[in-house]
Design a protein around this ligand. Structure first.
Ligand code: ATR
Length: 278
C-alpha cells in the first residue's frame, strides 16, 4: 500500500476552516491513504513551522490568513501566480525544497468558468476592495485578458498601490466615482468583507448594464446582500463558494497525486456545513 501522505491547512485562527472537510471528502472519494488537518499556527511561529515541514513528514499544505505573505517569504521557489500576487496559499516540497504557489486566482476564474460561461468575454471589470483577496482577483482578470480593470476602495491609497502593482490597464478610485464605472462594467467583483456582516456596498447596482455578471468572493452567507440585489435586478450572479472549492484542487493534486473533481455532492457537503455553523 502507498505511504499515507500528510497535508494541512494552517492559519490563526483556523478552527472554522472548511478545507479539512473538502480534502477529507476527496481522500475518501478517491480511496487514498492520507490525512489533512487544520493546524493553528501563531504568527511568531510560522517561520519555524514552515522550516520543519519536511522533518515533520508533511507533503505540503494550505496557508491562510494571516500567513500568506510569510509563506511567500518562506518558499524557496514560487509559481508565477504567487510571484504576481505576492502571497502563497499552497506549499509543497520538491526534492526537499519548499515551494509555494497561489491557487486563489485559479479558483476565482474556474468558479466563473463553471457557473457563468462567457464571463470573460467583455473587457471591462470593476473590483470592489483592495485587500489580499483583490490582489488574486486582479491577477486572474489580467490573465483572462480584461483590458480595463477599475479598483474601487474606501481607502483609495490601498487601491492605488494595488493598481500600480499590476500596471497598464488597472486604475484606482474611491466609491464616490462608482456611477461612472458601473455604467459600462461587464463584470463586478466584490472582494470586501461587507457582505459577511449583512452590510450593503456603497454602489448602485441599478446603473450596471443588463448583461453584466456580478460575483462575490464571500460565501458566508452564500447569497450576500450585494448578490441578492443583483439577482433581483435580473443580472447573472455567481456566489463565492466555488472559488473555495476550486482553489483547493491544485494542492490536493500536488500532495496526493490525483486531480480531484468539484462535484455537486462536494458543494452540498460544504453548504450543509455553512448552514449548520453560520
Ligand atoms: P482580504 O485580505 O480578505 O481581502 P482585507 O485586507 O482586510 O481582507 O480587505 C478587506 C477589504 O474590505 C478592504 O478593501 C476594505 O477596505 P479598506 O481598504 O478601506 O479598509 C474593505 N472594507 C472592509 N470594511 C469596509 C467598510 N465598512 N466599507 C468599505 N469597505 C470596507
Amino acid at each position: 500500500m502507498a505511504e499515507a501522505r500528510k497535508a494541512f491547512v494552517c492559519g490563526h485562527p483556523i478552527a472554522h476552516s472548511r478545507s479539512p472537510l473538502i480534502h477529507r471528502h476527496w481522500l475518501a472519494r478517491y480511496g487514498l491513504a492520507g490525512s489533512y488537518d487544520a493546524i493553528d499556527v501563531a504568527p511568531a511561529d510560522f517561520g519555524a513551522f514552515a522550516a520543519a515541514l519536511a522533518a515533520d513528514g508533511f507533503a505540503g499544505g494550505n496557508v491562510t490568513i494571516p500567513h500568506k505573505e510569510a509563506a511567500f517569504a518562506a518558499a524557496a521557489r514560487r509559481d508565477g501566480a504567487a510571484a504576481a500576487i505576492g502571497a502563497v496559499n499552497t506549499l509543497w516540497l520538491e526534492d526537499g525544497v519548499l515551494c509555494g504557489g497561489n491557487t486563489d486566482a485559479h479558483g476565482f476564474a474556474a468558479n466563473l468558468d463553471e457557473r457563468a460561461a462567457g464571463w470573460d468575454d467583455g473587457g471591462s471589470a470593476l473590483v470592489l476592495g483592495a485587500g489580499g483577496a483583490a490582489r488574486a482577483v486582479v491577477h486572474a482578470l489580467k490573465e483572462r485578458g480584461f483590458r480595463r480593470i477599475i479598483i474601487l476602495n474606501r481607502t483609495v491609497e490601498r487601491a492605488v498601490e494595488l493598481a500600480q502593482r499590476f500596471g497598464a490597464g488597472v486604475a484606482a478610485h474611491g466609491y464616490e466615482a462608482s456611477g461612472h464605472w458601473l455604467r459600462d462594467a461587464d463584470l463586478v467583483v466584490n472582494t470586501t468583507s461587507l457582505g459577511m456582516h449583512g452590510e450593503a456596498l456603497p454602489v448602485d447596482i441599478a446603473l450596471l448594464p443588463d448583461d453584466a455578471v456580478v460575483t462575490d468572493i464571500v460565501y458566508v452567507p452564500l447569497v450576500t446582500p450585494f448578490l441578492a440585489a443583483a439577482a433581483a435586478r435580473g443580472l447573472r450572479t455567481v456566489d463565492g463558494l466555488g472559488m473555495l472549492l476550486h482553489q483547493a484542487a491544485p494542492g490536493f493534486e500536488r500532495w496526493f497525486g490525483t486531480r480531484p473533481q468539484i462535484t455537486e455532492a462536494l458543494r452540498a457537503l460544504v453548504l450543509a456545513d455553512i448552514e449548520r455553523t453560520a
